[in-house]
Design a protein around this ligand. Structure first.
Ligand code: ATP
Ligand code: MG
Length: 264
């Protein structure tokens, strides 16, 4: 892969729900190795854009291009499982775990998208399948210790604190072996210590070679961790740039604080 080539290209993407334009011709690039923040007021279209990228929604217009071994490939209309297999993983704004399953099993499920054993192996438990299960458990435990949850592997996931559940979602996403990780408000509901450790975790994820795109309302977190920001408002991209430029951008201030605030 060309190091400077974008990992993901969002090219003129629109998404319409009935009469509502949730996204209007949004374009930007996600460069590998650079933490991109996606910000904007409530209802701006941030989660909708993640859902388009992850294959939950097909854009009404525009193109999504995700880098592949054979060159950037147009992924509009690909199903979520196919996007996962291509290397895009995500966490959810509203945590989605299998609450009755253990912490470990939640991560094992994430890993199963990369297994090679077919139905025969699953039924008759061939030696190869047993070995593969072993590898899945090892790999799942590796990701649990990566996010600091190895000591809680056998807890029921509903018993975890809110912050730990968010980290478990990250472990599950990482277990799918992504190159691009979409985090939708990972700090929501976290206390200040948990948020501080999230910063370290995101840097560690980047060091693993996984590029992070982050939706977040915690501006202190966003400004301290993101190298590049894309700002949406009413489905439109209103600004893009480094944290300092964005912080001082009058249109961004206005979007967040209302008309006139930029001049206050
Ligand atoms: N499946 C859907 N059907 C109809 N409208 C939708 C759907 N999903 C989102 N919307 C609408 O699209 C707009 C953008 O929603 P979205 O959830 O993407 O915003 P957001 O930027 O993630 O907001 P928040 O910060 O509150 O999470 C909103 O007006 C929302 O009500
Ligand atoms: Mg959202």
């Amino acid at each position: 892969m060309n190091a400077s080539a974008p990992l993901l290209k969002v090219d003129g993407v629109s998404k319409q729900f009935g009469g509502l334009m949730a996204l209007s011709e949004v374009s930007f690039e996600v460069l590998p190795g650079r933490i991109t923040g996606l910000i904007g007021p409530n209802g701006a279209g941030k989660t909708t854009l993640f859902n388009c990228i992850a294959g939950v929604y097909t854009p009404t217009k525009g193109r999504l291009l995700f880098d592949a071994a054979d060159g950037a490939r147009r992924t509009n209309g690909f199903k979520p499982e196919r996007m996962t297999a291509l290397g895009i993983a995500r966490t959810f704004q509203n945590i989605r775990l299998f609450s009755q399953l253990t912490v470990l099993d939640n991560v094992r499920i994430g890993r199963h998208c990369r297994t090679s054993q077919g139905l025969f192996g699953a039924i008759f438990r061939t030696a190869a399948q047993v070995a593969e299960e072993r590898r899945i458990v090892d790999e799942a435990m590796r990701w649990l210790s990566f996010v600091g949850l190895e000591g809680k592997a056998f807890f029921q996931s509903s018993a975890l604190s809110y912050g730990d559940q968010r980290r478990l979602e990250i472990a599950r996403a990482l277990a799918t072996g992504p190159r691009l990780l979409l985090l939708d408000e990972p700090a929501a509901g976290m206390n200040p210590q948990e948020t501080a450790s999230l910063v370290g975790l995101i840097h560690a994820i980047m060091k693993e070679g996984v590029t992070v795109v982050l939706i977040e309302h915690d501006m202190k977190l966003v400004m301290s961790i993101c190298e590049h920001l894309v700002v949406l408002d009413h489905g439109m991209k209103i600004a893009e740039g480094g944290p300092r430029d964005i912080r001082e951008n009058p249109q961004v201030i206005e979007a967040y604080l209302g008309r006139g605030a930029a001049h206050a």
